[in-house]
Design a protein around this ligand. Structure first.
Ligand SMILES: Cc1ncc(C[n+]2csc(CCOP(=O)(O)OP(=O)(O)O)c2C)c(N)n1
Ligand SMILES: [Mg+2]
Length: 560
């Protein structure tokens, strides 16, 4: 409480500074190291979500950053709380998501003795964050928090970690709040847009790949308009399919893990590559094989908000240091050629995308998960949010779901398992009116399945679809390819996930046949409770396009 002398505790100054910056939600696991902050939350407007493990809390904050473009905020205790939170920080780092993690710290007069749970956060998180710091002087909280918002949101967004010595938080200070932070705009210059127009005018087979962060719905709409006027084929990067309407005539498919070979070929053979927002990292670049390094085989336009990303891997013909939203806005000024030479190619690319995704592929077993996903695309409203972690199961949603709008896909480009459930909890907490569906493998789910309790605690009726093949299937796939027939360390014995859901106070159902999926899903929604659908698939159904037996046979044949 603000005292008569206008003094606040440092913790109150901190929470007020978050409120100034529009923070509506904080995700936490409590700790004795930051009781003063918990107390400050008591009579402030921020909605606090108590989680079950710091990994979940940090992933929820990261998901808020992905969805809103503003830093998601989590609070965790020192030492083990901080290290538990690290997967969320790593996702924010690789996925270019703004996020601020506050961690407890021992009292200032004990530092350096390896006091209880003490960590040197700058050393621990230094390479995983854009900035890691510790607040020694409570007078400087507005300054440091203000800087944290600037750092997290500007250029290439990313995570910031701020450590809070316990005794610092209870000091009373008289200090003014700093103003709200707006990220620095990075806008393309007129000369660069002119050069871009020239490159486009000289092209016969251009392609665009959209990815990264710092997009908005308006920016996606601008990009779609530009693509339409120029009949430009647009691809989406790994787990960024929501950046472009799948049914737009320019949509040519996504380039990620298990990409359509025709997509890869089209991008490789283009005579102009326009990369907007993404980095073309290892996954979308198919292990750095799509573009020659350092100099791509075709003129290469790289648009990225982080100056340090331009030229980091690919030497661009034209580097445009701009955020995707600013670049997309600038596209409106360009005029398309009278005759667009690549129009037919774009039509063909879109037709290829539709053909690749129209109908679920045949897979062994009683459940064809592709058919379940294809059913969901007409069942779910266009603003439904789909989340996932890592695993082969995600290949079915990536291929057969059709994202229509910005902010409907939450998937870790960092490939972190366990992301789907916490991301869904965060999405539903932010947007209670929207349908939220989490996809998880049997391995993925139990990495953060305990956050289903958080969904129950806050009455968040998400639907979790667990694709159970009884194994860490992705690794089994790699194993069969490298060491055919030698199964080791990849099998799983699973619980009854529907009973798990009910034990937590949710809705649970088991699906053992494709035909039962629709009614189970509808019942889950009708229950009004957080729900789990335990979908049992045949382990042979390894991916949308191959089986264990086929991978093994191919590997054995190769060995001779
Ligand atoms: C946190 C984390 N640990 C380990 C891995 C390595 N890994 C990638 S996919 C995978 C298996 C996923 O299993 P599951 O969720 O059951 O999905 P499936 O591949 O069987 O469909 C593993 C262990 C990872 N990506 N992330
Ligand atoms: Mg599995």
């Amino acid at each position: 409480m603000r005292g008569k002398d206008n003094m606040r505790t440092a913790a109150e100054v901190l929470v007020d500074q978050l409120i100034v910056n529009g923070v509506g939600h904080a995700f936490c696991i409590p700790g004795e190291s930051y009781l003063a902050v918990l107390d400050a939350f008591h009579d402030r407007s921020i909605a606090v979500t108590i989680c079950r493990q710091e990994g979940g809390a940090a992933m929820m904050a990261e998901a808020v950053g992905k969805l809103s473009g503003r830093p998601g905020v989590a609070f965790v205790t020192r030492g083990p709380g901080a290290t538990n939170a690290s997967p969320g920080i790593h996702i924010a780092h690789q996925d270019s998501t703004p996020m601020i993690l506050f961690v407890g710290q021992v009292a200032r007069d004990m530092r350096g003795r390896e006091a209880f749970q003490e960590l040197d956060y700058r050393a621990v998180f230094g390479s995983m964050t854009k900035w890691t710091t510790e607040i020694d002087d409570p007078q400087r909280i507005p300054e440091i928090v203000s800087r944290a918002f600037h750092v997290a949101t500007s250029g290439r967004p990313g995570p910031v970690v701020i450590a809070l010595p316990e005794d610092m938080l209870t000091e009373r200070v008289a200090v003014a709040d700093a103003a709200a932070v707006m990220p620095a705009a990075t806008v393309p210059g007129a000369a660069q847009m002119q050069r871009f127009a020239q490159l486009l005018a000289a092209a016969k087979r251009p392609v665009a790949v959209v990815g990264g962060s710092r997009w908005t719905q308006e920016a996606c709409t601008e990009m779609a308009r530009f693509a339409e006027r120029f009949a430009l084929p647009v691809f989406t990067s790994f787990r960024r399919a929501h950046l472009f309407d799948a049914l737009h005539p320019s949509y040519a498919g996504d380039i990620g893990v298990g990409a359509n070979p025709k997509v890869v070929a089209r991008i490789k053979e283009a005579d102009l590559a326009i990369i907007v927002g993404g980095r073309m990292g290892e996954m979308p670049s198919q292990g750095y094989t799509v573009f020659d390094i350092p100099t791509p085989q075709m003129p290469f336009v790289h648009v990225h908000p982080g100056a340090e990303e331009l030229g980091r891997v690919y030497h661009p013909t034209l580097a445009i240091n701009a955020s995707p939203d600013a670049f997309a806005a600038a596209l409106a000024a360009l005029a398309p050629p009278k005759d667009i030479p690549w129009r037919k190619e774009t039509e063909a690319a879109h037709a290829e995308y539709l053909a690749y995704t129209e109908k679920a592929t045949e897979v062994p077993g009683a459940v064809n998960f592709g058919e379940c996903v294809a059913w969901l695309r007409q069942r779910l409203p266009p603003d439904a949010i789909l989340t996932n972690g890592a695993g082969n199961y995600s290949g079915w949603t990536h291929r057969f779901y059709r994202f229509r709008r910005y902010g409907t896909q939450l998937g870790p480009t960092s490939g972190s398992m366990g992301y789907g459930v916490p991301a869904a909890v965060a999405a539903k907490r932010l947007h209670p009116e929207r349908t939220v569906v989490a996809f998880a493998g049997d391995g993925c789910f139990l990495m953060n399945g305990q956050e289903f309790a958080t969904a129950v605690q806050y009455d968040l009726p998400i639907v979790v679809v667990i694709v159970d093949n009884g194994m860490f299937g992705t690794i089994r796939m790699h194993q069969e390819r490298e060491y055919p027939g030698r199964i080791s360390g990849t099998g799983l014995k699973n619980p009854d996930f529907a009973a798990y859901a009910r034990a937590f106070g949710g809705f649970g159902a088991t699906v053992e046949k494709t035909a039962d999926f629709a009614s189970a899903f509808d019942e889950a929604v009708k229950s009004g409770k957080p729900a789990i659908l335990h979908v049992k698939v045949d382990p042979e159904a390894l991916t949308t396009s191959t089986t264990i037996s086929k991978v093994r046979a191919a590997a054995l044949a190769k060995k001779g």
